[in-house]
Design a protein around this ligand. Sequence first.
Ligand SMILES: Nc1nc2c(ncn2[C@@H]2O[C@H](COP(=O)(O)OP(=O)(O)OP(=O)(O)O)[C@@H](O)[C@H]2O)c(=O)[nH]1
Ligand SMILES: [Mg+2]
Length: 332
Amino acid sequence: MFVDIANIEVKAGDGGNGAVSFYRSPATALGGPDGGNGGKGGDVIFRTDSNLSTLYKFRNKKKFFAQNGGNGSGKKCSGKSGENLFIKVPYGTIIKDLDSDILICDMNKPGMNVVVAKGGNGGIGNFNLKSSVNRAPKYAKKGQPGEYFNLCLELKLLADVGLVGMPNAGKSTIISVISAARPKIADYPFTTVSPILGVVNCFDKSFVVADIPGLIKGASHGVGLGHEFLKHVQRCKVLVHVVDVSLENPIENFEIINQELYSFDEKFEHFPMIVVANKIDIACEENILKFKNYINNKNLNFFTISATNGLGGLGLLLRKMYEFVVKMDFKL
Ligand SMILES: Nc1nc2c(ncn2[C@@H]2O[C@H](COP(=O)(O)OP(=O)(O)OP(=O)(O)O)[C@@H](O)[C@H]2O)c(=O)[nH]1
Ligand SMILES: [Mg+2]
């Protein structure tokens, strides 16, 4: 199941208390203070894990508490530090403080480790509190509490290329041809119900393509499935808009999806886009030509393909995706 949002509680460990103790032995009845410091509480650390692709594991487990530090003890013994707690999240997870809605971090790089809640420092024992004024303090300091947060985790996929379009346009067929991803493909709308990622190897580079569930009119306002997933294309470098040209009205369908993209996020109005006219094997020439002219007038890159039988410019399309990814990487 694809889960891309989760609320959780995290608490770092409390610091252990410092000890109040005095050295005693058969030979020394009144030794000096020897209470050790408390140990530091464990931190809560978020870590990206490339094997994860959803926030599913947070559906049932919501509380994550790191270990407390141990209390100090006599003979100047410090308490044990609490163990850090590592929470693995998929690459692309955004962590926000739920109460203030402030962004804490964006786990947008592989291999990231971020301390989100710091463990409390241990309290100082009476051995370390002695001074010229008080050589035998009968008190020690308490450990500090660990930080506590209510967090909202939100996954926004970090694919390079996003495949968007109406249901049944052939998006999943395309990703299955250009990558090793094997999504379900079928001749009915909404076959894909959650984003699928595929890695494309092209020339010297590999890049990630996301197949997003089909969008329909009203998607930006929650109609159909797609709108929940529109956020996953916000961080793509280029969109590949797949249009079924075997249908009567490709221009209208193309504009419906564009409107949905724009009303979801106005930045899509100026977003790099490649237009793909798919299913040319069963489309009529006139329809293809009309659509081609329309797209050319918009100065967008345009490719005609048949994802199922290899007709047309699939190789050229791949090359164009590659060019966009390289160009955008260069700009970043
Ligand atoms: N004739 C023909 N059929 C195609 C072509 N590309 C895809 N199809 C068929 O169109 C149907 C839909 O393809 P999908 O790849 O599942 O479409 P989708 O865009 O992923 O659909 P959703 O997941 O519902 O959004 C399947 O039956 C495919 O076999 C093509 O180039 N020519
Ligand atoms: Mg699909």
